[in-house]
Structure formats: C-alpha cells, structure tokens
Design a binder for this molecule. Structure first.
Ligand SMILES: NC(=O)c1ccc[n+]([C@@H]2O[C@H](COP(=O)([O-])OP(=O)(O)OC[C@H]3O[C@@H](n4cnc5c(N)ncnc54)[C@H](O)[C@@H]3O)[C@@H](O)[C@H]2O)c1
Length: 267
C-alpha cells in the first residue's frame, strides 16, 4: 500500500457529532479533505447546515447536515439510520459531542449539583455509548467501520486546581474526569466486542487546547507541557483523527491516543 492509499478516504461516509464548531468541525474538515462525504450533526440544524456547507465548498465534497442531541437514544438511532441510508453505508463515526458546558453550574465538588453532573455524564459518556451502539450495529452488518471517541487527558490524571484558581477560572468538575475515564474504558471493551465484526474502536485524549483562555493560564499550562505550548486548534488534533479513520491504523484497536504535547508524562 502506498502512503497516499494509507490515508485515502475517498467515498467513505463519516458522521461527526457536535460537528458544527471547534474539534468537531476540524475533524469533519480533515476527513472531507481526505475524501470523505461528511455528515455534520449538531443540536441545532441551522448550525449543522452552515458547517456542512462550509466543508462542501472548501473541499468540493458532498455533505449532509442532520440535527442530533446525543443524549436522546431514539434520536441517535434515527440520525444514524439516516446517515447510513444516505449513501448506503457508514464507515467512520467521530464521537466528539461533549465538553464541560459553562452553563452547567458550579464546578467545585462541594457546590456541584447532581443535575449538572448527570447532564455532563449524559452527554460525554452516555451520548458516546448511544452513538457507538447505533453506528456499531450498522458497521457490524457491513463487516467494517472505524469509531473514534473523543475522550480527554482528564480521564487519566488528576488536575492541579491551583492553576485554574489563580487565573480566576471555573476549572473542571470531577464528573468530567469520570465521564472521560468512562469513555476510555468503554473504548477498550467495545473494541473487544466489535473487533470480530471488523469494527475498530479507538479514542483520542486531547490535552488543553488554546482557545480564548487568559494569557497567564496559557503560560502556566505551557510551562507544564514538555513541548512548551498548548494545542493548536485546527492543526494538532487532525493528524490523530485522520490516522484512526484511515487504513493506516488497520491494525490498531482499543487504543487511547494521547495528544497533549507530553502533558501527562510530566505528572
Ligand atoms: N478543548 C479542549 O481543550 C479539550 C480537551 C480534551 C477533550 N476535549 C473534548 O473534545 C470534544 C470537543 O470539545 P471542544 O473543545 O471542541 O468543545 P466545544 O464546546 O466547542 O464542542 C463541544 C460540541 O459538543 C456539542 N454538544 C454538547 N452537548 C451536546 C449534545 N447533547 N448533543 C450533541 N452535541 C452536543 C456542542 O454543541 C459543541 O459543538 C469534547 O468531547 C471535549 O470534552 C476538549
């Protein structure tokens, strides 16, 4: 196989959850450039449409926009069904929807409400599970498929909260770490379940990416990162997504690919 063939995704259909902005949009962007037809999903159809249109124009690819709230299992089943029916197959799923919603209440353990924690786990962990289940079913029938779950280094280490406190930042709730550790564990076991059916399941654990953050925090974080900086949006995650989606990773499953500039090795 040539290097070009290893990373060629011509004609493949990829579905990205939370695909309208940031990591989700960038995942769709690299997959479209590599040849995929991308199904962009977002909770609001208009935002999915806008992103899908942008990808179509930028890469001259067919795209499809669908509304999807990943916390609703029936909606997930319906949307995955529509995505698979679009071209008759579904080859790649990027479970990106998640994060720590800023409207999600206090982050500190003693002030954290049960509702906020449940909502966060529902999006980051249960949403990923529902999407794996629905897409896994389609991919198992096909005998092939690649699932990429977006986890986080929060799932593999504890945070130094002082860095957030001295920069007057909200910080991360412990349920975020729980949800992302859950995604990493689920990825491994799901790979065991789906490997005999030809379906690969891997996850990516990004470290902190630089996005509207106080300069002092960026400096603190960069000092603790062996490569000396935070992740660059639209650049540093794309190689990992492309690798795990493409034939280049055909002998890799159940893996957690850490993309953090080395942050975790210094902990
Ligand atoms: N930014 C970082 O530094 C970082 C680091 C590690 C992991 N991550 C993870 O990367 C993923 C993307 O994060 P991001 O930084 O691009 O943040 P973001 O907040 O910009 O993106 C999250 C996306 O998920 C969507 N979303 C939220 N709830 C949803 C729901 N119920 N149904 C469908 N979509 C929903 C949002 O609308 C948004 O498009 C998340 O899973 C996040 O936990 C981010």
């Amino acid at each position: 196989m040539t290097i070009k063939e290893m990373f060629d995704l011509t004609g493949k259909v990829a579905l990205v959850t939370g695909g309208a902005r940031d990591f989700g949009f960038h995942a769709g962007d690299v997959l479209a450039e590599a040849g995929c037809r991308v199904v962009v999903t977002a909770r609001e159809l208009d935002r999915a449409r806008e992103a899908a249109e942008k990808l179509a124009v930028r890469h001259h690819r067919e795209t499809l926009a669908l509304a999807l709230d990943v916390t609703r299992p029936e909606a997930v089943a319906e949307t995955v069904g529509k995505a698979a029916a679009w071209k008759g197959h579904l080859d790649i799923l990027v479970n990106n929807a998640g994060g720590t919603p800023s409207g999600g209440g206090a982050a500190h353990l003693f002030e954290r409400s049960a509702e906020a924690a449940l909502e966060l786990i529902s999006v980051n962990l249960m949403g990923t599970l529902y999407c794996c289940q629905a897409a896994g079913r389609v991919m198992a029938r096909q005998g092939a498929g690649k699932i990429i779950n977006i986890a986080s280094i929060a799932g593999i280490l504890g945070r130094d909260r002082r860095m957030y406190q001295r920069n007057q930042m909200r910080g991360q709730p412990v349920d975020y770490a729980a949800a992302k550790a859950g995604v990493i564990g689920m990825t491994r076991d799901l790979a065991a379940v789906l490997s005999p059916m030809g379906v690969h399941v891997n996850c990516i654990s990004p470290g902190g990416f630089q996005r509207n953050l106080p300069p002092e925090f960026v400096k603190d974080y960069s000092d603790r990162t062996p490569l000396g900086r935070m992740g660059r949006d639209g650049i540093d995650l794309q190689g990992a997504v492309l690798y795990l989606a493409s034939p280049a990773s055909d002998y890799v499953t159940g893996h957690n690919l850490v993309v953090d500039g080395g942050f975790t090795i210094w902990q």
